[in-house]
Write a protein that binds this ligand. Structure first.
Ligand SMILES: Cc1cc2nc3c(=O)[nH]c(=O)nc-3n(C[C@H](O)[C@H](O)[C@H](O)COP(=O)(O)OP(=O)(O)OC[C@H]3O[C@@H](n4cnc5c(N)ncnc54)[C@H](O)[C@@H]3O)c2cc1C
Length: 453
């Protein structure tokens, strides 16, 4: 999604080459998606959480679009390593365009606005909680199905599919990338030489490629901070035990994907507002109401929590000693939770339960404790974030606020790996907004340079 969004913005102005390791057809990729990775932490099903083909994970994603809160971008003194090197206002100019890419009706996620065109009555206010919405595109974006790479938007774009970037080679003084060594599936080696290089290979593979590019620097490219691969974040998803819904309360409709009068789907969720999060020292989160596919409509729904994960250097991507079929070290993911994650789970479950009880939506059956958090109960959300974090300080992240490497002047990274903290919200909307901002930066920098020279 990131690479192709960049290509669509840049190829009318600059000459763009995409190197994509997967195929250009709709058939699912082979076993290499799962065979090349090992999990030494919480279980992580590599075969289901990403996709290797043109369009990446958009071929299989669920299309939930949500927005970060203002305070997600600010430092929070109870969240170590928090604070982005930019503000939400810096992203504002690119939001509408991201909404168009994703086929959203609007990029306003306020519940009163989202539900305005609904055909049914939906509770949008619960005292003590901040209610927000997920929007979905109509249709949900599937790049390979929806985009034609022959159309005029893509003048200047070349795609080499079934080819993999293997090694990033620097100039002798290491100030820039000189070229990238690549290989096709049929073992044909070639190099790519360009004015600028953008790594957009997903949150796991971008870190892996940088770490595995060791021919000149032992700890990898763009890694003077030694933070490439560290602070891997997901959005842990847990059932909030301890709350039982009343039967047939109007809030049950939050368990549905509701369509407005023009067929655009949305759903509602809620969490503690910023001030309460700060008082309780918890990470950002949202609670949603759901039924599993096995449950019937007459069954009481359940309360689930989507949690922000705290940036934690122990939770990390590294290289394994074993090589894959291409001769590249396999990836080892050590996904792990810490005390702040456990505290957030327990406190937000109890507090949200109390507010829902006061709203008449059900009752608390027992208090949830941090010790109730069992690693085996944590579900993943298919989001791979934080492994190439942005920071104004080169010691606290490999890239700057323009997604440019602090170490190598013409190297950029795009995708959810660049998030220094990850909010509760599904990442793709924010990832796309940042990517469109990066496209503007590249356009300004390189189109001007081309004019000057
Ligand atoms: C089942 C599922 C459901 C999801 N649902 C949602 C959702 O509802 N909402 C949401 O916001 N997000 C969702 N996501 C996450 C979302 O799809 C990703 O955040 C997004 O697609 C990431 O885009 P990307 O461009 O960074 O990376 P990717 O989509 O992973 O694309 C990376 C591309 O790089 C290629 N590549 C990798 N390594 C190399 C290499 N060395 N050389 C050349 N090419 C390489 C890959 O083949 C791939 O095409 C979901 C993901 C999955 C798997």
């Amino acid at each position: 999604m990131a690479g192709l969004a960049l290509a669509s913005k840049l190829s009318p102005h600059l000459s763009v080459l995409i190197v994509e390791r997967g195929d250009v057809d709709l058939a699912p990729p082979g076993d290499e998606v799962s065979d090349e990775a090992i999990s030494s932490g919480l279980a992580y099903p590599f075969g289901a959480i990403r996709d290797f083909r043109l369009g990446g994970s958009t071929s299989i994603w669920a299309g939930y679009c949500a927005e970060f809160d203002d305070f997600d971008f600010r430092p929070r003194d109870w969240v170590p390593m928090s604070g982005w090197p930019l503000e939400r206002a810096d992203l504002q100019p690119f939001r509408a365009d991201a909404g168009t890419f994703l086929n959203l009706r609007s990029t306003n996620f306020q519940p009163d606005v989202v539900t305005k065109e609904a055909l049914v009555t939906i509770p949008t206010q619960v005292d003590g909680l901040q209610v927000t919405a997920w929007r979905f595109g109509k249709p949900i974006l599937r790049i390979l199905e929806d985009w034609s790479f022959d159309d005029p938007d893509f003048t200047g774009l070349d795609i080499i599919a079934n080819a993999r970037a293997l090694d990033i080679i620097l100039t002798p003084d290491h100030s820039q990338v000189d070229h990238i060594r690549c290989r096709t599936r049929h073992a044909h080696e070639f190099t790519v030489k360009a004015d600028a290089y953008i790594i957009a290979t997903g949150g796991l593979e971008s870190a892996r490629l940088l770490l595995a590019s060791q021919s000149q620097i032992a700890h990898g490219v763009a890694n003077s901070s030694n933070l490439v691969g560290l602070c891997f974040c997901e959005h842990p998803h847990l059932v909030a035990q301890g709350f039982e819904f009343a039967l047939e309360h109007p809030i049950e409709i939050w368990a549905e994907k509701i369509r407005d009068r023009d067929g655009f789907p949305f759903s509602l969720c809620a969490g503690l507002p910023e001030r309460r999060q700060s008082e309780l020292g918890v990470l950002n989160h949202r609670a949603h109401i759901f039924r599993t596919p096995q449950m019937e409509l007459k069954d009481r729904p359940k309360l689930g929590l989507f949690l922000e994960q705290s940036p934690n250097p122990e939770s990390r991507v590294s290289l394994d000693g074993e090589l894959d079929d291409w001769g590249i070290p396999k990836l080892n993911l050590h996904w792990t939770m810490n005390d702040l994650d456990r505290h957030t789970f327990a406190v937000s479950a109890n507090e949200i339960g109390a507010q829902l009880e006061a709203f008449g939506a059900g009752h608390i059956t027992h208090e949830v404790r941090a010790t109730d958090f069992r690693d085996e109960d944590v579900l993943h959300s298919n989001h791979q974030l934080g492994t190439t974090r942005m920071s104004a300080d080169p010691e606290l992240g490999p890239i700057d606020s323009n997604c440019r490497s602090h170490d190598h002047d013409n190297l950029y990274i795009a995708g959810g790996g660049v998030f220094p903290t990850v909010s509760w919200a599904n990442p793709s909307f924010t990832m796309l907004v940042l990517t469109l901002r990066l496209a503007e930066h590249i356009k300004k920098r390189f189109c001007v340079e081309q004019r000057v020279t």
